[in-house]
Write a new protein. Structure first.
Length: 320
């Protein structure tokens, strides 16, 4: 799963004693972390239910699990049965691909792996290798038909890493709502949904990270955002990268060129009503750069954005 870099959640340190019980569970999932805070008058411990949801997503979408649905689809297992989780993620990914004119592409996995961002070691990339792998990339070459994935080339593979963590956050949030819990913050790998408020009516606060020099740099807050009944997701290029021959390459792969995206965007934060879609939009913005990102967001309703980008070698910010 995609490892998001992004948020420093400030709410942990701002919650005092109150009559409503706070529940807080943390752990690992999808190659990253999760943190779930909720306030429940019944003081219910729901961590087993959370584990079940995480396991269901992993068994559907994990690229590390040989028996997951997506791995079976990728190796053309004719007996695989697609479930709602897989189909939903496919549809989100295809919607983002259409919106971005193919810059976001769920079939880009072979290139991502070759560059060293999946479960395999990267290889020494050449123009010839890139051109060869690009033959396996193209979202228009796959379709969902009668609950089956149809590929033009059987060697094509799917990758929902830029959707799955946001989708998982939405699943956890929907579960909490189904239990009558109205005030919570769900964070799966930096993909966050905040509903309601803290017990005294205080808003949830989330810190957007200042772009770092490298993946090992300390995390510093660039901006603090108050959110209620919204999702917030950031994607950035300064912690997830590989270095080859002294050059740093971002994890955002441009399907058009086969090479890591090169533009002036350092990080893109999206705030909207749906975490899976915020996840997609943040990735789209990182791929296309700030000018095209602004054009794309003009087509979206009820979406806010905060961009950190480089201009003449200097980090700048822009809100949308």
């Amino acid at each position: 799963m995609r490892i998001s870099l992004v948020f420093i959640v400030l709410c942990f340190f701002m919650i005092g004693c109150d009559t409503v019980e706070k529940q807080h569970f943390m752990g690992s999932t999808q190659g990253s972390y999760y943190s779930i805070i909720y306030f429940d008058e019944q003081n219910r411990d729901l961590h087993h239910e959370f584990d079940s949801i995480f396991e269901e997503v992993e068994s559907s979408l994990s690229l590390w699990d040989e028996n997951s649905i997506i791995r079976r689809v990728n190796r053309n297992d004719s007996t695989v049965v697609l479930n709602k989780i897989f189909i939903d993620n496919f549809n989100y990914a295809m919607k983002a691909a259409e919106l971005s004119d193919g810059y976001f592409d769920p079939t880009v996995g072979p290139l991502v792996s070759a560059w060293g961002f999946h479960y395999k070691e990267g290889i020494q990339m050449t123009a010839e290798i890139v051109d060869s792998l690009k033959q396996l990339v193209g979202y228009r070459k796959v379709k969902l038909e009668n609950d089956k994935i149809i590929k033009e080339n059987p060697n094509m593979t799917l990758d929902f890493n830029a959707v799955a963590q946001g989708y998982t956050t939405d699943m956890i949030a929907d579960f909490l709502v189904s239990k009558g819990i109205e005030n919570f913050l769900v964070d799966v790998g930096g993909e966050i949904l905040a509903k309601g408020t803290k017990p005294k009516g205080e808003p949830w606060k989330v810190g957007i990270e200042k772009p770092a020099h490298d993946k090992d740099s300390d995390r510093i807050v660039q901006e603090i955002v108050e959110i209620k009944d919204k999702s917030i997701v950031t994607s950035g290029n300064y912690r997830k990268y590989v270095e080859k021959n002294g050059k740093r390459y971002s994890h955002s792969i441009n399907p058009m060129t086969g090479f890591p995206a090169e533009n002036n965007m350092l990080s893109a934060t999206i705030i909207c009503d749906n975490t899976a879609w915020a996840d997609c939009l943040a990735s789209v913005c990182m791929l296309v750069g700030i000018e095209k990102a602004m054009e794309i967001l003009e087509t979206q309703n009820d979406v806010k954005a905060f961009f950190i980008f480089e201009e003449n070698g200097t980090p700048c910010t822009k809100s949308y």
